[in-house]
Design a protein around this ligand. Structure first.
Ligand code: AMP
Ligand code: MG
Length: 429
């Protein structure tokens, strides 16, 4: 395992008092070692789990050529431009019950969606286009409505036997679960979920349910973090609220490191007299501290703490205290690092571009995240406005947002009407 100092060497030449977001991310990529322990689980429990190996298709999907429509199957070789075709109905093919006969030229078979295509027949006339004689025995295929092979699904067109259906590192979403099920699989080999401990710090912070008191605010960070972690598919160890007391903080970090793959704290990483988190991290493990060139969320303590009870050290993220800064630093740094820890190979969701409805003041030299609401204008183009007070403690503007406007490191003031990048929340948080 590389030391943090070795990893930080990769950042040489950069100022830890004002570290660009990209550099902090590069450091985290080098720091995080993915979980390798696997679990065998029921497919139905697979949502958001990460595949531990490639899924190889044990069969063709679909297993046979079959009809994509309810209608009449016939041999498409009979199709000629400008000519109707007259065919005798000689049987019926049902989904799950094949028609075993032989149909030749001048004949057709009534067929249902999903039924195996009878031998020698390759084309299906949809029922809506069928003209039948009153006794239902004679079919007219109208001219110029079909080409040979229409409305037939080919054996293996979804997956071929032996093909890699899903790659190791895939995060299982609804489509991936359905695909695995289509292979007849009942169980999945997945990576163990990481256990992430989280706690809030601060003498002025109240737990939900406590009576209000002067100068105190309720703990919101832990609830935002628990939601963010659950969305990601992590198991959460909620360690509650810790006062600004070094002994209590030490005990909490030690307990967390004995249990968890990662530890997330909020508050106490600034330069105030009661900010003990950095010193504690330094004492118990290895730490790098940055003032990341970003807003909100400048201070960020990152590191790891080893524990005798565990073979790997716990990753640690000491996030700032302000509630929006917590969410933004989570999305910018913690989320990608945890996905890597989880063994997830998916690239991050692409940023969208939307036209800013306002002028957004910005100086080059730091990344800024503004809470925004993306909608469509009358022409159908994406547009974005900010959602009110952008203070780093103002959560209500976060609740009114559906994404974060990302103003990149080198970007300067954006004029109304210019395009900006947006990280959409849906699918992310
Ligand atoms: P700190 O980084 O500890 O100085 O905290 C910065 C600001 O965030 C202060 O105004 C704190 O009261 C506030 N804050 C810290 N932790 C929380 C929390 N868990 N919930 C709500 N606000 C918090
Ligand atoms: Mg504090």
């Amino acid at each position: 395992m590389k030391s943090l100092a070795e990893i930080a060497d990769a950042l040489q030449g950069y100022d830890p008092q004002s570290l660009p977001v990209e550099q902090a991310l590069a450091f985290l990529r080098a720091l995080v070692e993915p979980i390798v322990d696997t679990e065998d689980i029921a497919l139905a429990d697979g949502l958001d789990r990460i595949l531990a190996g490639d899924l190889i298709s044990p069969l063709n999907v679909p297993p046979h050529d079959n009809s994509a429509m309810d209608g009449y199957a016939f041999d498409g070789a009979q199709i000629q431009a400008g000519k109707d075709i007259s065919l005798r109905v000689v049987g019926t093919a049902w989904a799950g019950r094949a028609w075993r006969g032989q149909a030749g030229p001048g004949q057709c078979v009534r067929i249902m969606t999903g039924a195996i295509m009878p031998a020698g027949l390759d084309t299906v006339l949809p029922q809506e286009l069928a003209q039948l004689s009153p006794d239902g025995q004679q079919l007219t295929v109208p001219a110029d409505r079909l080409a040979a092979g229409d409305n037939r699904r080919l054996q293996g067109e979804d997956l071929h036997l032996g093909e890699t259906a899903l790659r190791s590192g895939t995060r299982m979403g609804p489509a991936q679960l359905g695909l695995a099920a289509s292979l007849g699989l009942e169980r999945l080999q997945v990576l163990r979920r990481p256990l992430v401990a989280c706690f809030s710090t601060g003498d002025e912070i109240l737990s939900a349910g406590q009576a209000p008191r002067e100068g105190a605010v309720y703990d919101s960070n832990r609830y935002s973090l628990i939601g963010l972690l659950q969305r990601l598919g992590c198991s959460v160890l909620d360690l509650g609220l810790v006062p600004d007391d070094p002994a209590r903080l030490q005990a909490t970090f030690e307990h967390a490191a004995s249990q968890a793959d990662a530890i997330i704290s909020s508050g106490g990483v600034s330069v105030g007299e009661a900010d003990h988190t950095r010193a504690m991290l330094q004492r118990l493990g290895e730490m790098v501290f940055w003032r990341v060139a970003m807003r909100p969320g400048r201070p960020l303590a990152t590191g790891r703490i080893a524990h005798l009870a565990r073979s790997r050290p716990a990753l640690v993220f000491g996030l700032p205290g302000n509630p929006v800064a917590v969410m933004v630093t989570f999305l910018a740094f913690v989320r990608p690092a945890l996905l890597q820890l989880m063994g997830c190979s998916a690239p991050p969701n692409p940023l969208l571009q939307a036209r800013s409805l306002e002028t957004l003041r910005k100086k080059p030299g730091r990344t800024e995240y503004q809470r925004g609401w993306v909608s469509r204008n009358a022409q159908g183009q994406l547009q974005v406005r900010t959602t009110g007070n952008q203070g780093s403690g103002v959560l209500s503007s976060m609740t009114q947002a559906n994404g974060l406007i990302v103003l990149h490191h080198q970007q300067a003031t954006v004029q109304a009407g210019e395009l900006v990048d947006v990280m959409m929340f849906d699918g992310v948080i």
